[in-house]
Each structure stands twice: as C-alpha cells, then as structure tokens.
Design a protein around this ligand. Sequence first.
Ligand code: FE2
Length: 302
Amino acid sequence: MSAVSVTGAGMTTGEAPFVEDAREAGRLYIYQPYELYSEDNHRAWRTLYARLLPLWRRYANDHFLGGVESLCLDPERIPRLEDVNRFLSPLTGFRAKAVSGYIPAFQFFDCLRRREFPTTITIRRADHLDYLPEPDIFHDIAGHVPMHTDAAFAETLVRFGECAHTAAEIAAGIPDLETRTRRLTSIVRAMARFFWFTVEFGLMCSPAGLKAYGSGLLSSFGELRHSLESPEVQRYPIQLEWAVNQTFEIDHYQPLLFIVDSFDHLFGLVGRLEEWMREGKLNNVAPGEPAVNPGDLASFLR
Ligand SMILES: [Fe+2]
C-alpha cells in the first residue's frame, strides 16, 4: 500500500491498482482507501476546485451553490465520502457510495431509488485536467452531489430510480425473448437519453437568466462557460418526445441542451416518462447513441 503512495500512482483514473483489483475481482461496491491518494491527486482536486468556483458563482443554479456550501467541501483536499455523507444524509437521505467503476444501468438507477449515489473514487491526472475519459471523484462529488442536497432534485432522482423497476416489470411481462430484448433496449436508451439531457447536461431558468444544473457541465471548466455563452450551442425548452429520441456523443462539448423551468417541472417529466413507458411509447425510440450493452439489459432481467 505504501509503495503505491510513494510512487505517486495513488488513485489516478486508469492507474489505480486498488480500484483495478476490485474490478477484476468483480467487486462493484468498495470503500475509499483515503491514505492511497497521492499529493498529485489532491493537487488535481485543488486546481479543479479553484478553477470552477468562480464559474459556479456565475453559471450554476442557486440550489447547487447552496449545496456546495452545505457540504462544506474542502477546496484543498479530496473529500472523504464519510464527511460528505455526514452533511448530506440529514438533508435528503442521500449518501455517496464508493464504486469501482461502471455500474450496470439497472443497478445504478436502483441505487438512486435507495438514495445511494454510486461514486467514483479515482481522480483525473493532475497534468490532464481537461481530459475526462470516465467519471471521476471531482465529477461525482463536486458535480453531482451538491444537487443531492436539494429536496426536489433528490425526489426526482428517486422517482427516476423507480422507473427502472417499471421497466424491469414491463420486460418481465414479455414472453418472447426477441421482442423483450428489442423493447427493453429502446426503453433503456430512452432513460439514458433523458438522464443525459437533464441530470448530466441540464439547464434551468432562473430570475437571473439561464443556469446550469447538469453535473457534466458543472464539473467541466471548459464546457460550463461554453454551455451558457457560446452562440453555437442550441438551447431549447425541454420536450420529452425530443429528448428521448435524440442521440448524443460524449467526446465533445454538447451542441444541444434542454432547459427545464424548475425541479418540480423535472419531477413531472419523470412521471410522464414512466407513463409513456407503460403505454408502450418508448418501445421504438430513434436508434443511435447511447449503445445499450448486454450487461445493461441483463441487469434489468435479473
Ligand atoms: Fe455523471
């Protein structure tokens, strides 16, 4: 263990033996071995936090800013999840839960239903701060978790988690394997698109103008400003029928963003998503990204 800390490999994304060993052994839920973080890892956190803070004040919605304050995040050091949870849990019942990497879709949504947020514990390289090959602890804790301090937003996530159970129930009622696979693929794709265009990249109206509430935006110092300032970005009031049929790519700044009026509005949309699921309206959404892999499908059928 100490050898890892001394060499500085620490808990860097893609270079963290602790996490890779857990993944190889099939352990999804892990703990945060705090002593393994290197000084480089803390430097990455500190630099990102210092860059984002002034942008958050300008571009983030008020619920997020309030959340950053209530969580008492340390600008200097990577937070301990137990400290984050000590502030978070009394507010909405949510908890950050350490994971070793990708969680199959159903399990991810089901965690939300139980007010657990699967949280990556590695951090991007300090010398590649704007390159994010996969979520890291800065994205998850500084981008997502402040939103989980807001009651209306937290209820929306729980409601979204419940939709995963509805999808599983619908799939279980389809006897023919081919039909079941096709419909479930479409439903999961629709859910993933909805999540992407809201929780990850959503914009919200406010008296002070448009603000970001999507965590993909709030954890990216390049894209946050771009999302609200660039004339090239299309920003439209959200339409559910559009969002569930809209493909997206993850490897560049988003050219299309959707706006909600409030978190009550968002909560209502999740309810409509579930109705559409039950009515069969999500059985044939437009093909394209994101891909739904066999592991994700299987997670709904277990
Ligand atoms: Fe995310």
